[in-house]
Design a protein around this ligand. Structure first.
Ligand code: ADP
Length: 231
């Protein structure tokens, strides 16, 4: 048995207020390497809070969060950032691409703060960006500006950017929220493929059809997280 990649032990977050708001009540969750977990819940239920904690963007106010066996609570800011950079890729509803940079440059920029510097390093970043774009089916559009790409292609670039650092965990926040149904389906198929290749996925969605793509679904309501089913 391998250790969980993500392990919440009575993890919760209360904003101090006043008045204090418990955005996430203390909860347990274990996500094994290679799992695909979807997280559902209405607006205001605590999904972003959950994702921010899982993504090491926010620290819980109670409990312990272990990422890949590392207790993240005692980590200094720089170490948290480094761990996040090494282990986690993010995909958001909005693609957040730089408009005046090509697809390949947008992807390569994600490596700027993690990889070595220098001319050889720049060439390696470009090469890895192209590989990541090939992986999402966009090798032929590497030089295109985002304005020349469709919504689905832009989200693929964003996924390539999330993958280029070779994360173990991909955190997706409503990744199909800005896409039409057919395009959304193809992006979800891409995520299925990445999961089949061994990537661990945590995906937030309010759409039950999207949630059904996961192997497991957890629901959050009023800050309470509970497992609702395995696919
Ligand atoms: P969701 O992503 O499901 O819409 P959130 O995690 O953003 O939900 O919010 C959960 C709860 O925490 C909501 O009641 C929200 O109003 C509250 N909340 C979020 N951020 C803050 C904050 N910075 N200060 C106080 N309350 C907050």
């Amino acid at each position: 048995m391998s250790a969980p990649l993500v392990e919440f032990r009575r993890v919760g977050l209360t904003y101090p207020g006043p008045p204090p708001v418990t955005a996430l009540a203390p909860c347990d969750l274990a996500v094994d390497p290679g799992d695909y977990v979807t997280v559902t819940g209405p607006s205001g239920s605590g999904k972003s809070t959950f994702l921010n904690i899982a993504g090491l963007l926010d620290a819980p106010t109670t409990g312990r969060y272990l990422l890949d066996g590392v207790d993240t609570g005692p980590l200094a800011d720089g170490d948290r950032t480094a761990l996040r950079g090494r282990r986690i890729g993010f995909v958001f509803q909005s693609f957040h691409l730089l408009p005046h940079r090509s697809a390949a440059e947008n992807v390569a920029l994600a490596l700027l703060y993690t990889a070595a510097r220098g001319r050889r390093a720049a060439a390696e970043r470009r090469e890895r960006a192209r590989e990541a774009l090939v992986r999402v089916g966009l090798g032929h559009r590497a030089d295109a500006l985002p304005s020349r790409l469709s919504g689905g292609e832009r989200q693929r670039v964003a996924i390539a950017r999330a993958l280029v650092g070779r994360p173990a965990l991909l955190l997706c926040d409503e990744p199909t929220g800005n896409l039409d149904t057919a395009t959304a389906r193809s992006v979800l198929t891409l995520l299925d493929d990445l999961h089949a290749q061994g990537l661990t996925l945590l995906l937030i969605t309010h759409d039950p059809q999207v949630a059904a793509r996961g192997r497991r679904t957890v629901a959050i309501r009023d800050g309470m997280l509970r497992e609702v089913g395995a696919g």
